[in-house]
Design a protein around this ligand. Sequence first.
Ligand code: FES
Ligand SMILES: [Fe+2]
Length: 462
Amino acid sequence: MESNTGNGWETVGGEYFDAADVYEQELRTVFARSWQFIGHESMVQQPGDFVSLPMGNDAIVLWRDGASGKARAYLNKCRHRGNKLCLHDRGKANSFTCSFHGWTYGTGGQLTGVPREKEAYRVPLDRDRLGLVEVPRVEAVGGMLFGNWDPAAPALREYLGEAAPLLERYVDNAGLGGLQFLPQPQKYIMPVNWKLLAENFAGDDYHFKVTHASVISLMKQNPAAALSHGLQKERRFTVATNFGTGAAHGFLELKVGPEAYEEDLAKADKLGPEAVEWVRHRHQVISDGEDDLAYAFHAGNVFPNLALIGISSALYASGFLLWIPRGPHETEIVQWAAVDRDAPDVVKRRAVMVLKDRQAAAGMVAPDDHENFERIAANVRGTVSRTVPFDYSMAAGIAEQFPDPDDADYAARWAQRGLGTLFPQVSEANQREFYRTWDSYLRGGASGAAPVTSEPHRRGQT
Ligand code: FES
Ligand SMILES: [Fe+2]
């Protein structure tokens, strides 16, 4: 195999995590043109159901249209004087009425009501011109809904590429009833540029044993409550999807071998026979007769800003984390918990508790990351400090080589399944891929599939 993991992103300038002009450029190029997670079908099942969320730094409302039955996404902005229209995180409404002058809109986005219209406007108001601004593309893979402002963007499935079957098999598996989301997400702020969070979930298994040493120490003291991360012997990989070609979506800690399954069975045993039966059933559905297929990956990042965690275990709820850019040094996190709909309640309850214990604002894991990120954000503000690049050179050029021939053999078989490219567990290939994709958007690539460049983007270039 030709080595192409040294793709020009072995270093990334510190100013990319600090400069206001880079941040503004990202909003215009990355966030206004890539596919972003905007919710799940189950959140807006009935006509009138809505959830309000951001796409990039724009507030939108995802709303089930009563007439077409479609889930549609609109800017959460009244067309009169720009007031925020929907003031709730979620709910059900056949119309929204603006709190400023009272314009009213229906689920199809149409302007349906204008107070004192005849008296105030005297000639008929062109209501068609003043409907809600709609996100032109909303598509789903599994039940996961993504929106895109770019009418010319490739189809979602094409954009996800090799990530699509991974998401359908491991994250939102129809054979397990699909996902059921807890109604209210957690929201919190990380004082750092959004890219450091995204690349962390896409590729950084390297930090876990150091940053989260206290968690590992706790697990060792209490094996019954242990999270398997870093403590087991099964084969583990990092997965790059669309490697070197399209939009790069990275997945961490792909577990291959019986250990993760056996660990789930042992934990389920303490919850009772119903839980054990579920763990068996789930494994059967996911592996789909392919005996050597991995149990699941633990975390990942769908470019640009949807991260996943807890996918590796039947007893760990799936965390969906949106990285909302709020400035060069601030990222708002909207974090949902989801469980397999068909799982028994005893499993659902345990799974949600485990996610909240770990990856949450007051969990055992996220605050460790928070502290490092806060210090990094302070450092990239320094006049000299911001000129010193970050290093992503780990095993560049040889990242795809496996010292163990059995691993190499497995990686080759995995690639044949069209599920991405495997790398050793500790690798920075996915971070380099993340910046390759980011760069192609900054240069104006419509799909993230712009040609791979060997010359990294420099500020001021377009
Ligand atoms: S701003 Fe909404 S009605 Fe005036
Ligand atoms: Fe971490």
